[in-house]
Write a protein that binds this ligand. Structure first.
Ligand code: ADP
Ligand code: MG
Length: 435
């Protein structure tokens, strides 16, 4: 009996209140609304009992977003959401975020994605003006305008410092002259002393320079637009490459089947296709690294190709940055250091061993060697995929001014736009992803 009496009585009012809250929050609808959410997430044709492990990278990301969506939070925090997503999934995500009612705060290196999804950019590197209104392109424009203005202010202040220093110098020497006059009439022992109003004025000017101007002086801004790297491309004939009925398999796995492609001078081709569709294989066949194919490949006269390998396996890990650069490029050491400086290998970094470089740095070095060398046909396999944004900007600017022919494999839509792609070759979708 004692045990029974210790049982808490049911608080019916509390129970009813909680039940109502559960109802209001959509608790009873949640199961029936899942199919709708799945449609919205582009996952409608996946059976509900499928294990999460069997989903593709893009599908997993969509599922994670779906969970966020169900929680109905009004703030989405996304850290590099487009990594490992194929183009279709990125476009889906853009559409989703454009229609999302709440606040979205995201980190991304995908500049096209930033352009399509953001209306404010927070730049943590630039502590002075961290927030920019607008998308990524608008941010770049405002930032470069601000940097330019800063440089103008800097130059004006330097000029003012120069002018005031001269004035102070003049006043000082005038003060000495006054002093001499004073000494001339003096009959006692000669006493040298700088005195008078003018010396005082000189000091006031010097104080002004130190306390007013120099203290508020910005660091000298560096205009990135000024960085220029020379590209050495050589003339080619009209015909670059003809591929006919190219067929290739790895063991039993057919990668390319009766593939045809004609490349002519001035073509700037983006080679696209899902992971595993054979993009890298095709470039390796063109460059001659893979030979057991059938079909014909004929390269035009005087074609000098340059190849960027996705695996960065063309660099010798035991060499330093400058040794490797000079192995391929005829330049004196001073010019090589300037060239490498312009592709962001500053100071002693040129003496760093390649084995200690990050993937992005290796990619940058490989591109520097390609750009500084003489070529007229570039074959680039995902050149920017490990690079940070400043590196990408330098490379894309250089490639935009390259007037040879190129085939580029890249998922970076912003990069492809900037380098002026004029043809797209799609190797098709071998991995079918549910959309
Ligand atoms: N050396 C190899 N041996 C066997 N299969 C390979 C080899 N290299 C690539 N593959 C396979 O061939 C397909 C095409 O690869 P790849 O050309 O690297 O694709 P992409 O560059 O389009 O992602 C993939 O399925 C890949 O797993
Ligand atoms: Mg590849």
């Amino acid at each position: 009996m004692k045990a029974l009496s210790s049982v808490e009585p049911v608080d019916l009012d509390r129970y009813l209140a909680l039940q109502e809250k559960f109802y209001e929050m959509g608790g009873y609808d949640i199961l029936s609304s899942i199919p709708n959410y799945l449609i919205e997430l582009g996952l409608s044709d996946i059976s509900l009992d499928k294990s999460v492990q069997e989903l593709s990278g893009g599908q997993k990301t969509r599922l994670k977003l779906g969970k966020l969506l169900l929680s109905k939070d009004s703030l989405l925090l996304l850290d590099e959401p487009t990594n490992y997503l194929d183009v279709a999934s990125v476009e889906w995500l853009e559409n989703f975020l454009q229609n999302y009612q709440g606040i979205v705060m995201l980190i991304s290196h995908d500049r096209e994605f930033l352009n399509n999804c953001c209306n404010k950019i927070l730049d943590l590197e630039n502590k002075k003006y961290p927030i920019y209104l607008g998308n990524y392109d608008e941010y770049l424009f405002q930032k470069s305008t601000k940097e330019y203005n800063d440089l103008m202010i800097y130059k004006a202040r330097m000029k003012e410092i120069d002018r005031l220093s001269k004035e102070a110098g003049k006043k000082k020497s005038e003060a000495r002259v006054t002093d001499k006059k004073f000494i001339r009439g003096w009959e006692g022992p000669v006493v040298r002393k700088v005195s008078g109003k003018k010396a005082k004025t000189a000091q006031i000017i010097l104080n002004k320079i130190e306390n007013n101007i120099k203290k508020n002086m910005p660091d000298k801004p560096i205009l990135k637009d000024k960085i220029k790297i020379d590209i050495h491309n050589i003339q080619s004939g009209w015909k670059i490459l003809d591929i006919e009925k190219l067929t290739f398999s790895y063991d039993d796995k057919k990668i390319l089947n009766n593939f045809n492609l004609s490349v002519r001078k001035g073509d700037r081709i983006a080679l696209v296709g899902n992971n595993g569709s054979g993009k890298s294989t095709l470039l390796k066949i063109i460059i001659g690294e893979i030979q057991n194919y059938t079909g014909s490949i004929s390269v035009g006269d005087s074609i000098v190709p340059a190849y960027f390998s996705q695996e960065h396996d063309l660099l010798d890990p035991n060499k330093t940055v400058i040794q490797e650069f000079l192995k391929y490029i005829e330049m004196n050491e001073g010019d090589a250091r300037t060239y490498l400086y312009n592709v962001l290998f500053a100071g002693d970094q040129v003496f760093q061993d390649i084995s200690t470089l990050s993937y992005g740095e290796r990619a940058r070095l490989q591109m520097a060697i390609i750009l500084a060398g003489k070529s007229n046909f570039l074959l680039l396999d995902e050149p920017t995929s490990h690079m940070d944004i400043p590196s990408r900007e330098i490379i894309e600017k250089a490639l935009a001014s390259y007037d040879g022919t190129m085939i580029v494999v890249s998922h970076d839509r912003y990069f492809l736009n900037k380098i002026g792609i004029n043809r797209i070759v799609d190797l098709g979708r071998l991995e079918v992803i549910n959309e």
